[in-house]
Design a protein around this ligand. Structure first.
Ligand code: SAH
Length: 252
């Protein structure tokens, strides 16, 4: 059996209980070494074979999994954060399907959740934003034209940019071209959210590139944008004394 497991965003104790148990039981762990905290590997048993996929091709990863299956061994494929976001798991699953090899997926704490925790923020504030756009700036990996950053930025909602820290001049330009954010719209760069060396830099849309430059942040960071980082919002209906819902009658 092959288990795709989300390692969580950094902190080794942020893997799920299920993910840690699968690690303990695994004969082989293939981990995405460029981003998975090596401390997460402590959950693997002493006899477990460890492979860093950073230096492997898709074909080599699949060949390792297939060989493990032939030998009756259990494999954990450990991805950073949650495997469903920029994890390149679909191409692995399709090849495993073609080989009739069994697998399942265990979710993880994505770094965008880790970043909110680091910021002590709520992405969905009443009267500010009720949507979160998760996207990236087009770089060596293209983004479909309909999802160009300036189009996504036209909504003015909460936005979280993955894989874009090296492109912040372009990010600033595209965010402003959307017309809904201004140079003063609050933004933050969260470096290594939930890792021991996590860093948070609060800034604005107009100072994203400078903030990253001044603090030497070039990778392993998320860019968050929007009024959720500001001070104004409306209180929730859910806990409002004058609001009745399925679990509570209004008291005023
Ligand atoms: N599946 C992962 C994302 C993998 S893509 C997840 O759910 O988080 C890799 C990108 O994610 C990095 O370039 C960076 O933009 C972001 N990232 C991953 N871990 C991070 C962390 N702990 N803090 C900030 N950004 C992180």
């Amino acid at each position: 059996m092959i288990h795709f497991v989300g390692a969580g965003s950094g902190g080794a104790d942020l893997i799920t209980v299920r993910g840690a148990r699968l690690m303990e039981e695994a004969d082989c762990v293939i981990y995405a070494g460029s981003l998975v905290n090596p401390d997460v590997l402590q959950y693997a048993g002493p006899a477990c074979a460890l492979y860093d996929s950073a230096g492997m091709t898709l074909e080599e990863v699949i060949a390792r999994m297939a060989e493990n299956e032939r030998a009756g061994k259990t494999t954990v494929r450990l991805h950073t954060g949650d495997p469903s976001l920029y994890g390149a798991i679909r191409e692995q699953m399709d090849r495993l399907d073609a080989l009739s090899l069994p697998y399942d997926v265990t979710p993880g704490v994505s770094s965008f959740c880790g970043a909110a925790a680091a910021l002590r923020a709520e992405y969905t504030l009443p009267d500010v934003s009720q949507s979160v756009i998760i996207t990236r700036m087009a770089g060596r990996t293209p983004v479909p034209e309909g999802e160009a950053l300036r189009k996504m930025a036209s909504h003015g909602c909460t936005m979280v940019l993955f894989l874009s820290t090296g492109l912040l001049e372009n990010v600033e330009r595209e965010l402003l071209a959307g017309g809904a954010y201004t140079p003063d719209t609050p933004a933050a760069i969260v470096y290594k959210a939930t890792w021991p060396d996590e860093k948070v830099f609060r800034c604005t849309v107009g100072t994203l590139a400078k903030t990253a430059r001044d603090n030497h942040i070039t990778k392993t960071a998320l860019i968050t944008i929007g009024g959720f980082l500001g001070t104004d919002y409306a209180r929730s209906k859910l806990y409002d004394p004058s609001f009745t819902h399925g679990f509570r009658e209004a008291t005023v």
